[in-house]
Ligand binder design. Structure first.
Ligand SMILES: Nc1ncnc2c1ncn2[C@@H]1O[C@H](COP(=O)(O)OP(=O)(O)OP(=O)(O)O)[C@@H](O)[C@H]1O
Ligand SMILES: [Mg+2]
Length: 336
């Protein structure tokens, strides 16, 4: 049995994907889940949120990384020659939270993935194309096995390229963070059809390999819902503009992502909105400074006075979001 993968995805940048993966990974681990996070964005922001400068230097700036397995790129790089995937050496963030670090060099894997995509539909040997196209999922599963993980959370960059296509075919559940603006709405209109195309194209490839030599991801990419970020930098605009775009999201999501036609006369039911995430203001730099989630900030970190109430609010916001996501993906806590 494979471990479920949950990816936070939107081709619009800066909508809080990385922050959400960071905070939810911590929250789920505090709730007793064993969590593996994987940083599939070549910008590697998730990795720098978790690790200190010194740790990053050891990962990325070593003299010879060719024999190493400490980042996602190092684990898949042998595929670009004659080798196979390396089992990852993960970073232990807490006893129940481990990270497969990202790598700026992963950007160089994009063209390679792109070239292999048609080969998986060919009539020649299918072993290598499938090994390459499913390599992120294979590495994530190896990490999950090492740590007995219940769930894998993946962070990806903001685009619809071949790295993200490979990340998404290895994804069971997709959460879409959004801002209330024209860009996000337009992004949503591209995102839904792209997910549908990737799902169908992967299915065609899997059907082409009648006797697979190793397990493959199902590529189900089931939409879990969206999260509306209220912190957009454009929030200096009047609240009216925010409302205008926020009101259009439910029906655009239903049409583009869920592929559900809706009569213009029926008001959309906003059952797909997982949360409206607050702007956490000065708690954000405070938390980044100590590389902690906002809800773990203490007085010693500077969270005093009204900040300490905001920390408690953040804890209950993220707890509610984590509970809702677990329920929607069928992983809710079983009563003892
Ligand atoms: N709830 C929040 N309150 C305040 N600031 C936030 C919140 N969530 C995210 N931010 C800030 O917004 C910025 C963008 O967030 P983040 O990096 O998580 O977005 P992203 O979608 O991963 O971006 P990219 O597309 O570049 O990967 C960061 O500076 C982050 O600290
Ligand atoms: Mg990011």
């Amino acid at each position: 049995m494979s471990v479920p993968v949950l990816t936070f995805f939107n081709n619009k940048g800066g909508v809080g994907k990385t922050s959400l993966v960071f905070h939810l990974a911590w929250m789920l681990s505090e709730m007793g889940k064993r969590v593996v996070t994987i940083d599939l964005d070549p910008q590697a922001n998730l990795t720098s949120a978790f690790l200190s400068e010194d740790d990053l230097e050891l990962l990325w700036d070593a003299d010879d990384t060719s024999q190493r397995n400490s980042t996602i790129y190092q684990c898949v790089r042998p595929l670009t020659e004659v080798g196979d995937i390396l089992a990852p050496q993960t970073q232990r963030i807490s006893p129940r939270l481990h990270l497969v670090p990202g790598d700026l060099a992963l950007a160089g894997f994009e063209d390679f993935l792109s070239q292999e995509w048609p080969n998986a539909l060919g009539s020649g040997s299918l072993y290598r194309p499938f090994r390459i196209l499913s390599s992120f999922w294979q590495v994530a599963q190896m990490a999950a096995q090492q740590h007995g993980a219940d769930i894998i959370l993946a962070d990806v960059g903001p685009n619809l390229g071949a790295i993200n296509r490979s990340a998404l075919i290895g994804t069971d559940h997709v959460v879409i963070p959004l801002a209330a603006d024209l860009f996000s709405l337009q992004g949503l209109r591209n995102l839904g059809p792209t997910l549908q195309a990737w799902r169908a194209d992967w299915r065609k490839r899997v059907d082409n390999w009648t006797v697979p030599a190793f397990p493959l991801p199902a590529g189900s990419m089931k939409p879990v819902g969206y999260i509306l970020m209220q912190h957009s930098e454009r929030l200096s605009r009047p609240a009216k503009a925010y409302k205008k775009w926020a009101d259009r999201i439910p029906s655009t999501y239903q049409q583009s992502v869920l592929n559900q036609a809706r009569s213009p006369l029926t008001p959309p039911i906003d059952g797909d909105c997982l949360a409206r995430l607050k702007h956490y203001r000065s708690l954000v730099p405070m938390a980044q400074e100590v590389r902690k989630p906002i809800f773990q900030l203490t007085a010693a970190d500077g969270a005093i006075g009204s900040h300490s109430y905001a920390v408690k609010d953040a804890a209950s916001d993220f707890r509610a979001l984590a509970d809702d996501i677990l329920k929607r993906i069928g992983q809710e806590e079983q009563p003892p």
